[in-house]
Design a protein around this ligand. Sequence first.
Ligand code: FE2
Length: 434
Amino acid sequence: MREHVLSVVLLFCSSVALFAQGDKITRGPYLQLGTPNSIIVRWRTAGTNTSVVYYGLRAEKLDQKTKSAGILAEHVVLLSELTPATKYFYTIGTTNGPLPGASTNSFVTSPESGTRKPIRVWVIGDPGTQFPQQRKVRDAYYKWTGKRHTDLWLMLGDNAYSFGRDSEYQGAIFDTYGKMLSQSVAWPTLGNHDARSADSKTQSGVYYDIFSLPTQGQAGGVMSGTEAYYSYNYGNVHFVCFNSCDIDRSPNGEMLKWLRIDLAANKLDWTVAYFHHPPYTKGSHTSDDVKGENTDLTEIRENVIPILEQGGTDLVLCGHSHDYERTPLLDGHYGRSNTLTDAHKKNKGNGQEDGDGPYRKPTLGPAPHEGTVYVVAGSSGKISGGELNHPAMCFSTNSLGSLVLDFNGPRMDATFLSEKAEKLDHFTIVKGEK
Ligand SMILES: [Fe+2]
């Protein structure tokens, strides 16, 4: 009898402890896979519990709720039937109500595909060092953007050094960008360091456990059938995220077959492609592959860039080299740096309104070979030097920073912002004006 009572007491105590742990938030909330009508809210608790998001149009009236099945520590809740371009307030909780300590956050649903409205995008490359420099770059952007909402943000890979482990993601991403993660949807790509704890062929490992990415074209674009590469629309911008690390990059491989189909189906004003390995760089890596050490970069340049240019891509964003390098409007350069000629530059200027003037592309929409600007922005966590003398570049600097993109109808302004919130580079592309 005494043993029986003891068992009941122990069971009661362990249940209380489990629920207490289940109330303790250890990660998030963070937003994923935003579309005009839906968004995914994720978080982690120390123990298991139910998963409920309470939300509404006013912070003081969270009168709607969505529950996911199961009693889990990793919580993933899909909110659906939302109104496009609308601000919602939310908090995370259980079937008993909001979790203790959970704040009320907000998000804004994506506009309908094709809508022309001002869009701000924050881009970080190779951020995940957990060095003080990473936080300086973050704080510079937070200060610079102020109350202007970040509509979406991109991670260009090497998001968590050195092995992309869960604990490294905790420090480098979740403990660093909590505010941004809770209010703006993050759209990542895989870097070579992230790939040390993930496998793209099976879509398994830490990166794939952490992120909820579109496989079915849920946010626009052609379905890829895999989280390893995907596309989506935000307003009048088509974003293409592909994998430069651990997926077949051959011209007839599944990824590039999908890329051709996706770009051919796109009709939006702007096309932005991003992935980790840059086609042109002379930073901490070189794209010239002189010793056979950088075949990733060569394959990207030879196999992928022709498809992107044929598909009318306006902007290509990469990391990997821990610096900032930026070309003018370029087209048709698929060889080593010593094969570059002036003929590859559609516009040799700096693209600055207060300098040589904006880059102008005749067609508003995806027209082939009207020029692409290539940016390496891999210094959001550290800088690593390099010669920085690639002849395709019109500006290169060994400086910490992040990139900001502002779309407004037929105009796009890009700003490279230092860790001191200085504008180190900027350029403008205007489309649809002959
Ligand atoms: Fe890298």
